[in-house]
Write a protein that binds this ligand. Structure first.
Ligand code: SF4
Length: 461
């Protein structure tokens, strides 16, 4: 290691130690100013990072809701969970991991993502209407040893953050063992919340490196109608178990034209805050899977409204919201194959949780070799697909892109919806129309709300 690198590492180690000390003081919420000062001092030579930290600090100091959210997290979170969140997410994933991945990029020309989404199993204990997970068996799961290998290879590359999907991530006990084994990484399982017991909640608290996200598409009536009687109450119970133990958790909502008013309402958000959730992640309902359905996708005006409303909640409530699509301008548009990728339960590596196309399978293949593929390279080279970053997607906004990319790189569809995107003229026409209808709305919002600019720098990052 060069002397400069060594000095930087020592400074970082000192910061992490001092940060942990502050977070473990008697009234940690009162130490946040000191923590900001410490971070800024350590990174003062890195202008980009310094700017980002200063922006966060300014928001923290000027926006009462953000102030309340941050101090609330620091105050209410169990110390072990807080320490892991600080070391595993902020220090390892977002900090130590970056130069490691950058160095790898400089040395080899291979870009590795910030996070990996993994669906270890497509099995689920529920039988929700419209969901196909029930047709999978245990034999379709990624074996524990294989998952272990994948996470290890990812961590060696500087990837410390994993989002676990499925199926139901808590259906396999071995996942908890893997979270324990990789105790310097952070894991976010997206769960239906029905398998949470006192024992599971205790284990998550003890692990500290797991932040569950509960899928909720509305209140009791909407949830039970789709998922089955009593399910909403079970999710509420799971939230209570985690809140009692000071475990951080959030909510994810697939947003369609049927539930947008509910999941963005004050009543719903206030209920989640009351239950102890700290954030919500909103995803547009996408026409993917075995039976893609475009009829419930958000209407153009609803899609714009979702973005406006999410930004409003973020500003006015002590609650963090992310809109996977309307926040694209902040991250340079589409992030598929660049900041993240998805490993499905057959070990095919897809660029995005919604883009079901792959050229590689990890069975017998190293993770790093997947990132070298022409498919991922082509995706990154073409991003952003549109100067208007409110139209980031290669499947529903820039529909020609996915057809061209697949043709050029030989990627194969991994499910029926993806196959239809390539081969079904009716479905293609549907998607083209969705994009065409959305364009004028996106152009207006892009001009008026984003002044026609976004984080283009990041789109080439
Ligand atoms: S392909 Fe579409 S859904 Fe996937 S990351 Fe890009 S914009 Fe998002």
């Amino acid at each position: 290691m060069k002397v400069v690198e060594l000095l930087e590492k020592t400074a970082k180690d000192t910061l992490v130690k001092s940060g942990l000390k502050l977070l473990n003081s008697k009234e940690p919420e009162k130490s946040l100013d000191k923590l900001f000062a410490l971070v800024k001092k350590t990174i003062k030579k890195d202008k980009d990072s310094l700017e980002k930290v200063e922006r966060v600090e300014e928001l923290y100091n000027t926006n009462p809701s953000i102030h309340e959210l941050v101090t609330g997290i620091v105050k209410d979170t169990n110390r072990n969970c807080m320490n892991k969140f600080f070391t595993n997410f902020f220090a390892n994933a977002a900090w130590y991991g970056v130069p490691k991945r950058d160095k790898f990029l400089n040395d080899t020309g291979i870009k590795t993502p910030f996070t990996i989404l993994i669906s270890p199993s497509m099995r689920c204990n529920l039988r929700c209407s419209g969901c196909y997970a029930s047709s999978y068996s245990k034999e379709d799961d990624i074996p524990k040893e294989e998952l272990d290998r994948i996470i290890k290879e990812a961590r060696d590359l500087g990837i410390y953050y994993f989002i676990i999907l499925g199926g139901e991530p808590f259906i396999n006990d071995y996942m908890l063992d893997l979270y324990e084994k990789y105790n310097d990484c952070m894991f976010t399982p997206f769960s239906n919340g029905t398998l949470f017991t006192e024992k599971v909640a205790d284990r998550i608290q003890k692990l500290g490196n797991v932040i569950p996200m509960f899928s909720l598409e509305g209140f009791e009536e909407e949830t039970d109608k789709r998922r089955g009687k009593g399910i909403f109450k079970k999710v509420m119970h799971a939230m209570d178990l985690l809140k009692e133990r000071g475990v951080l958790f959030g909510v994810s909502s697939a947003t369609s034209r049927n539930n947008i008013d509910t999941v963005t309402s004050d009543k719903f958000i206030d209920m989640l805050i009351e239950k102890g959730a700290k954030m919500s992640w909103y995803f547009l309902y996408m026409p993917v899977g075995k039976k893609p359905d475009t009829s419930v996708m958000l209407k153009p005006e609803q899609r714009i409204y979702l973005g406006e409303r999410i930004r409003e909640i973020r500003n006015k409530k002590p609650y963090f919201t992310i809109d996977f699509f309307n926040d694209a301008p902040y991250v340079g548009g589409c992030i598929a194959g660049k900041f993240y990728c998805h490993i499905n339960s057959e070990e095919q590596v897809e660029p995005c949780i919604f883009a079901h196309f792959a050229v590689d399978n990890l069975k017998g293949k190293k993770l790093v070799d997947v990132f070298k593929s022409d498919f991922f390279r082509e995706l990154r080279n073409r991003q952003p697909y549109n100067r208007n970053l409110l139209m980031p997607c290669m499947m529903i906004d820039n529909t020609k892109q996915i057809r061209d990319i697949v043709k050029k790189t030989g990627a194969k569809p991994t499910d029926e919806g993806a196959r239809m995107m390539l081969e079904d003229p009716e479905f293609q026409k549907d998607l083209d129309n969705i994009s065409k209808d959305f364009r004028p709305y996106a152009e207006k919002a892009w001009k008026e709300e984003f002044h026609s600019t976004g984080n283009y720098k990041m789109s080439k990052g």
